[in-house]
Design a protein. Structure first.
Lengths: 628, 357, 271
């Protein structure tokens, strides 16, 4: 009895371990707050917003299509191979099984990298096709490993008996052997489908820009903060599968009675089960494919000749703005997103896609101007540019000396966000990030330049320093700081500070505004030693094919009401003075954080592009810090 | 045969809603070769497993040498089991398999070595020490399983259909082997089988079981010649089972014709079942026997002919060394002491006992 | 079934094209420099203190996770196999089902659970128990690894255990072994093949992960997987990345060989 109880407790614990995160995610999907750090009440809104989120829906569709195709193809190839292997002599069989074990045993990361290198070596563009090939490759072994045991159980005499009774080899196979190994084939397919669905690492390496599966989409969102719609989607997926599996496994027939009856019922799949396997699952799959096809078709049909191709940071515009523009002008906006300047740059410079409007950061604009990638903006077509504050245009001259190529879109500073309830003394210096008192309560930025900027400014150096002594000093300072740091993160500073996880965090001013909305105990300060100021500006690449439309769109974005909409959506400071004056909330309109008087601030520098060699030095030193 | 060694007292066991053993009472004497015989699902294996300690009865007690061992774990019982599918340890050599129980008991190396030699010799498998179980044939594996059990010198050896997986010839050889072993070891064997021939060949005592009830206990001869009910009669050997009416002591009416018999004490005009073994029927010339009939089937069986005789609307099964071609008119004669009278089942429980197949 | 060999054709083609050749490409990159000449510099990168440390931590954490997984999974598999559920698919279901919640989200969710002000600590605080501070430490990474890879340990062991004839265990008990002896001498040795395939299926992904350390380590702990990922995705130094991958592969093969030495049995029994 005691033993039974212990067993139950143990099972319970394991079950908790397995399902606690899942329950958490499901709960979060009903959370009426954008941040996972706070419970904002119950809501179903993410479920309705999910279906309007084109990016998530298209990632979902890509994921399902890839899972379906890769599992299907792998099942065909794998089943055929299993049959062949079954009939082989020992030596050959060992060889094939060895071949099968390579992808099973090999590290995912190595497999992903090896495929990526192969595709690049033979000049195959990374994209849908390469992801599909990669998924088929790692799926085949799962199919073989689930079909082979079934084949071993199948007596070869049944096949011979069928032939003896007049069946052709093909008929004999499909009528006799195949039904026997069907469960193996099916579980192989399901396993492959699940593996493909859940894969991140291999997709991460074999995907190209512009295409995302749910996994890779989530990975980029981890940095930006996961959208609650994603939780909603996962909850829907999970419950759907749960219900389907319960239907398959617990059909009423097999639950009836113990003993012989149950045994018989088990051998002969019940009607419900057959129904699910034969009809419901294919129907669901079919529905997904058709719906996706219609969706894509609808998407491509709306494309007319009047269009503008925009390439922007993720989460950097209010989607409503795009709709309004399309309605007002009849110009279609084709909208793509990038995660970092470094990912954006090669895509623009290679000219693979002729973007009409791009939104890089200061130092990257400098690099693009230096490499002659940008077209001059015709300011006559952008009369609304007058709403951009003069101070910002002046700041822009650091990277665009004549204000010819760029119009500021968002800007901000980097500073310290601190929790008033956890920090007693006034915060005015970077030095507090080295204060033992706040051990394990400090959040640092997990990117090379931002982290070094903090250390360099604290030491009184320029954050564009290329002096090796200065950099080494900064590196040592960062290593010294490491034991005090709770975590190196990027946009998660936001969620963690809202949730009172840490006392101090290095953060962008734009995020600071949002965090203060959510948690009034937080305060933002730019340390006296000086910091980074950054400006993201719109530029038009030289190879743009719709320059006039781009300028129309740019003019539209500079319209004060539109700029205001964007500000309220992304909360990053707008350089649009007119928009600033329209803000209703007085505290925000006059906020020192959102709209500081630049002249009163400590010395602020923009990042400059330092060249590949300096980049390498920075990376190497940063690696030393991280691995210390 | 001496005193009671094992005593099952009021054992009941059920799985879910299915009762496997219902208030079973049975004792086993020392040095006996006892066979539990019955069709599958009759409860014979469960009885054995309860004795082995692998199952616990829902109620009742198992007494071994006067002590209640009902709740004793298997490793504390002085008996060993030979399992149906041998249950050899596939990751050990033959010697290691046989040594298993002795090592557990911390016997000396020399002792274990000698025991292995002795046991292998006993089962005629000298020199197999270092082989792996999977390289042996079914019969050889079975003998290893026996060797593994007997080196522990158990007071009782339990055998759960040990010959079930062997072919006919091997099965017959092993039967003699087991009898020889039993005699050499001088211990109690409890043997479970559904094969009546095995049971008749080897046992001192046979316990016929069906649906959780004991149907009859007795020597092979008694079970065969004097089955107590229709189930036993049908299950053991072939027989003609007919409804009859006991007119008075030593006179039974079968198919409307009075037959003299030797049974007494059934009362007057009492309905009974009558068993007549096919080899006990003599075929005479028409008119010379009790009932006349016609031969309808004839098959040569080697030692005898098997015939069916249609007489008084009943197909009589007859074994005879004499041959009567199909269509021959014959007369059936049965000696009085070859007619076995049985009570008809009275209660519902007994009804359930009736022949299923 | 004769002349079925050609059915393996597509598979052979696929395997060679997308498994074997890509590995050769890695080897090529590992032994060449940017200019295209032969070099051993890329392989030597592993000896820099940072990379050695990353490799060391990776080996340590994956070893610990594997051991923890084994210790958790074995009793679990034993309990499950003794449950005599005639639906073994139900058990598979329990462990496969979580995979339909995305791997990254599942792991992310542990942040919400483990954080200083997270769910678990709120509960502990409420009960006036000391709080659990493991987020952003190696412990959290081990937890993440155990959580993600536990099913790969449970399933093969479970599959081996249910195949062990109950009578073999009974036979040992019958021959005088107590439950502990029976476990040590019979059940455990017979389940070795499952344990082996479980170990490989946990150790390799744990050794090479970069996502779990990313999500639960707070960016403070660099595993060898992170180093390799960065050399491809951030520093664009493919040659060094390939060199390190090759070294990693050698480590995997070596550990597999080590494990296989103890495995006389059949091929992996995950399914």
């Amino acid at each position: 009895m005691m033993r039974k109880v212990l067993q139950k407790i143990y099972l319970g614990l394991i079950f908790f371990l397995l399902y606690a995160p899942i329950v958490t995610l499901i709960v979060l999907s009903f959370n009426n707050s954008k941040t996972r750090a706070k419970w904002g009440g119950f809501t179903l809104k993410w479920y309705s917003e999910l279906f309007q989120n084109e990016q998530i829906m298209s990632a979902l569709y890509t994921t399902l299509i890839i899972a379906l195709l890769s599992a299907g193809i792998a099942t065909v190839i794998g089943t055929a191979a299993s049959i062949a292997i079954q009939g082989m002599k020992n030596r050959w069989r060992t060889l094939y099984m060895g071949l099968t074990n390579i992808p099973m045993m090999n590290a995912e990361i190595v497999m992903g990298i090896s495929l990526m290198l192969l595709f690049i070596a033979i000049h195959v563009t990374l994209g849908f096709g390469t992801i599909l090939i990669a998924h088929i490759t790692f799926n085949i072994p799962y199919v073989i490993l689930s079909v082979s045991p079934k084949l071993r159980q199948t007596s070869k005499h049944t096949y011979e008996a069928a032939m003896d009774l007049g069946a052709s080899p093909l008929q004999a196979f499909f009528k006799v052997v195949f039904p026997d190994i069907m469960p193996g084939v099916l579980s192989g397919f399901m396993l492959a489908f699940t593996m493909s669905l859940d894969d991140f690492v291999i997709t991460h390496f074999t995907k190209g820009p512009g295409i995302d599966t749910l996994s890779t989409k989530i990975y980029t969102e981890v940095r930006k903060g996961i959208k609650p719609e994603m939780y909603a989607l996962s909850t829907i997926l999970f419950t759907t599968v749960l219900v389907l599996l319960i239907l398959v496994n617990y059909s009423p027939d097999s639950q009836e009675e113990g003993g012989k009856k149950a045994r018989k019922a088990k051998k002969r799949p019940s009607k419900v089960r057959m129904m699910v396997v034969r009809r419901v699952i294919p129907a669901v799959i079919g529905l997904v494919v058709v719906a996706g096809g219609v969706y894509y078709a609808a998407l491509s049909q709306t494309m007319n000749d009047e269009k503008v191709i925009v390439y922007n940071w993720g989460e950097y515009i209010d989607p409503e703005v795009l709709t309004i523009f399309e309605e007002e002008t009849g110009i279609d906006v084709i909208y793509e997103e990038f995660e970092t300047n470094e990912i954006m740059y090669p895509k623009v410079s290679s000219g693979a896609i002729a973007y009409d409007l791009v939104c890089p950061s200061d130092y990257m604009i400098q690099r693009m101007i230096e490499n002659d990638l940008l077209a001059e903006i015709d300011f006559d077509n952008v009369p609304n540019a007058k709403y951009i504050g003069e101070g910002y245009m002046e700041q822009s001259r650091q990277f665009d000396p004549e204000n010819k190529y760029s119009i500021p879109y968002c800007w901000g500073t980097v500073g310290i966000l601190y929790n008033k309830t956890m920090v007693d003394e006034p915060v005015d210096s970077w030095s507090i990030l080295w204060d033992e008192k706040y051990k394990d309560n400090i959040l640092m930025q997990d990117s090379v330049r931002d982290a070094f900027a903090v250390a360099l400014r604290y030491l009184g150096y320029s954050l564009n320093s290329t002096d090796l002594d200065e950099l080494t000093a900064a590196e040592e300072l960062l290593i010294e700081q490491k034991p005090l740091v709770q975590a190196y993160v990027i946009d998660q500073v936001r969620d963690k500070m809202i949730g009172n996880e840490a006392a101090l965090g290095v953060i962008y001013s734009g995020e600071a505004i949002y965090t203060q909305w959510e948690n009034p105990d937080l305060e933002y300060v730019i340390p006296k030693e000086g910091s980074n100021i950054w400006i993201d500006s719109w530029v038009i690449p030289k190879n743009a094919e719709h320059k006039e439309n781009a300028e129309k769109f740019l003019n539209f974005l500079c319209r004060p009401d539109i700029a205001l909409m964007n500000f309220e959506y992304i909360t990053y400071s707008t350089p649009n003075v007119a928009a600033q004056e329209m803000i209703e909330d007085e505290t925000i309109r006059n906020s020192e954080v959102a709209f500081p008087d630049l002249s009163k601030l400590p010395e602020l520098e923009t990042f400059r592009y330092l060249g590949p060699e300096a980049d390498a030095v920075y990376n190497e030193l940063w690696n030393k810090v991280k691995s210390d | 045969m001496s005193n009671k060694l094992i005593d099952f007292v009021n054992i009941t066991k059920s799985y879910g809603t299915q009762t496997v053993l219902d208030d079973l009472n049975l004792y086993i004497r020392e040095n006996e070769f006892l066979t539990l015989l019955g069709p599958s699902g009759c409860g014979k294996t469960t009885t054995l497993r309860i004795l082995g300690g692998f199952e616990n009865p829902d109620s009742g007690h198992v007494i071994f040498e006067g002590k209640d061992i009902t709740n004793l774990p298997p490793n504390k019982r002085q008996l060993n089991t030979v399992f149906q599918k041998y249950a050899l340890f596939t990751h050990m050599t033959i010697a290691e398999n046989i040594a298993f129980g002795l090592k557990i008991k911390n016997k000396s190396k020399q002792y274990i070595h000698d025991k292995i030699k002795y046991a292998l010799k006993l089962v005629n498998l000298d020199g197999f020490e270092n082989r792996m179980p999977e390289s042996l044939s079914g019969g050889q594996q079975q003998r290893i399983a026996i060797a593994r059990a007997i080196v522990n010198e158990p007071k009782v050896l339990l055998l759960d259909e040990p010959l079930g997986a062997l072919d006919l010839k091997m099965r017959q050889d092993m039967q003699y082997e087991l009898i020889r072993l039993k005699n050499e070891l001088g211990i109690t064997f409890i043997y479970v089988t559904h094969d009546q021939e095995e049971a008749l060949t080897m046992s001192d005592t046979i316990v016929v079981m069906n649906q959780g009830y004991i149907q009859q206990i007795g020597t092979p001869e008694k079970i065969y010649n004097e089955p107590e009910n229709a189930f036993v009669a049908d299950f053991i050997g072939e027989s003609n089972i007919l409804p009859g009416l006991m007119l008075e002591d030593r006179l039974v009416k079968i198919l409307g014709i009075p037959f003299p018999c030797v049974d007494e004490g059934f009362g007057r005009n009492k309905p009974v079942d009558v068993v007549i073994r096919p080899e006990d029927i003599d075929l005479l010339k028409p008119g010379e026997g009790s009932i006349d009939g016609v031969v309808t089937h004839l098959i040569f069986k080697g030692v005898h002919y098997e015939m069916e005789v249609m007489a008084n609307n009943y197909e009589w099964l007859v074994h005879s060394t004499d041959m009567f071609p199909v269509g021959t008119e014959v007369s059936i004669h049965v000696d009085p002491f070859d007619i076995q009278i049985m009570n008809k089942p009275e209660s519902e429980d007994e009804e359930a006992v009736n022949i299923e197949e | 079934m004769k002349n079925k060999r050609y059915l393996a054709g597509p598979y052979l083609f696929w395997s060679v094209s997308f498994v074997v050749i890509p590995l050769l490409v890695i080897v090529y990159y590992a032994f060449t420099s940017d200019e295209g000449g032969f070099t051993l510099v890329n392989l030597a990168e592993i000896t820099t203190p940072e990379n050695l440390k990353a490799l060391g931590i990776s080996l340590l954490l994956s070893f610990v996770s594997t051991v923890v997984c084994l210790l958790l999974a074995y009793p679990l598999a034993m309990i499950l196999s003794s449950k005599n559920m005639n639906q073994s698919s139900f058990i598979v279901l329990i462990f496969i089902l979580p995979m339909w919640m995305n791997f990254l989200l599942r792991t992310m969710a542990w942040q919400t659970l483990l954080e200083k002000t997270g769910v678990i600590n709120s509960v502990l605080n409420f009960l006036h128990l000391p709080s659990l501070e493991i987020i952003n430490t190696p412990y959290a990474i081990v937890l993440g690894m155990v959580y993600n890879f536990l099913p790969f340990m449970v399933l093969p062991i479970y599959n081996v255990l249910i195949k062990i004839d109950k009578d073999v265990v009974n036979a040992a008990r019958d021959l005088g072994a107590n439950p502990v002896q029976t476990f040590l001498k019979i059940t455990l040795p017979l389940s070795v093949p499952g344990v082996i395939s479980g170990i490989t299926m946990v150790f390799v992904p744990a050794l090479t992960t970069f996502v779990i350390s990313d999500l639960l380590g707070g960016g403070k702990i660099l595993l060898i997987g992170n180093v390799i990922e960065q050399s491809f995705k951030q520093n664009s130094n493919w040659h060094v990345g390939s060199g390190l991958s090759l070294v990693l592969m050698v480590f995997i093969i070596a550990s597999m060989a080590l494990v296989a030495k103890y495995d006389k049995g059949e091929e992996g029994s995950m399914l």
